[in-house]
Write a protein that binds this ligand. Structure first.
Ligand code: SAM
Length: 280
């Protein structure tokens, strides 16, 4: 998998991929990242990448020509040509980071990591600045606009780093524990998880579309609070049940919207009802 990032601030990414899992994935060649300075694709003395908006108003807009030239150098043709361009083009996704985009989710991260229906090998991320990017770049080249949340950042660089991080860790071989991408918050539905029913529970038990449960480690007592006794008694089934209940509690408290799409068993529904009654 290769990520290509097009930005006017390439220096932003210095250091960002030099820690933890990302550094290891790069060092092992599981993933590569190219950072491309948009100013390289300008031809005037001032290396101009922006201009005033048609129609007037505040701020500046990133020009289409340097971006088109950058994409051309990366071998990215306009969408219409790509669609008829065979396998190489089919494996590429061009993404415009934008507050106006579809909200980035774990499901999209899985798609981009090639775990969905399409086999992808290249993700191109275009970082906007100022008021944004000339819309024709989106129309001509981008497969989608992605927003990392309902707030406005000053540039797409942070958003691109978030997307790279979330996608990269799902690429097979990147995480030490292969299963942990499935067994965490927003993980795949329980129906797809068959491997954690017996023996020592995984540190992350099937999230099934719910949030993860709380985690504890030594010391058993900290700040006057004791870690839950159930986690220390070695009863694996009890631990699984406790963790599932905690997932339901946390999701109900922090993200009740997720319960609608979650794979819930009859036991889950009984537990949820009991938790709701408790709160009344
Ligand atoms: N005028 C734009 C609007 O109101 O939607 C905001 C432009 S913002 C100041 C500059 C750039 O930051 C955008 O072009 C985009 O690349 C990036 N950006 C801002 N918020 C973002 C978000 N929530 N997700 C992804 N990218 C974002």
């Amino acid at each position: 998998m290769r990520f290509e990032i097009v930005t006017i601030f390439p220096g932003f990414f210095a250091g960002i991929f030099e820690n933890g899992i990302l550094r290891r994935a790069l060092a092992e060649g599981l993933v590569t990242v190219g950072v491309h300075d948009l100013r390289t694709f300008t031809h005037d003395r001032h290396r101009t990448v922006d201009d005033r908006p048609f129609g007037g108003g505040e701020g500046m807009v990133l020009k289409a020509e340097p971006l088109a030239e950058a994409l051309d150098l990366l071998g990215i043709k306009p969408k219409t040509e790509r669609e008829s361009g065979g396998d190489a083009a089919a494996g590429t996704r061009v993404i415009l980071l934008s507050a106006q985009g579809r909200r980035f989710t774990q499901a999209m991260a899985r798609e981009l990591a090639g775990l969905g229906s399409a086999k992808l090998d290249r993700v191109v991320l275009i970082c906007g600045r100022y008021e944004g990017v000339d819309e024709r770049v989106n129309e001509l080249y981008c497969n989608m606009e992605l927003s990392i949340g309902d707030y406005v950042l000053s540039g797409g660089e942070l958003a691109a780093a978030v997307v790279v991080d979330a996608v990269m860790r799902l690429i097979p071989g990147v995480l030490g524990n292969e299963a942990s991408g499935e067994f965490e918050s927003f993980g795949v539905a329980d129906a797809e998880i068959t491997s954690d029913t017996e023996g020592v529970p995984r540190s992350q038990h099937g999230a099934g579309g719910l949030l993860d449960y709380p985690h504890y480690t030594r010391p058993a007592e900290f700040g006057g609070l004791r870690a839950p006794e159930v986690l220390m008694n070695g009863d694996h089934q009890q631990i699984r049940r406790w963790r599932r209940e905690q997932q339901l509690r946390k999701t109900l408290a922090n993200r009740p919207d997720l319960l609608e799409g979650a794979a819930l068993s009859a036991e889950d529904r009984r537990l949820l009802e009991a938790i709701r009654r408790e709160a009344r």
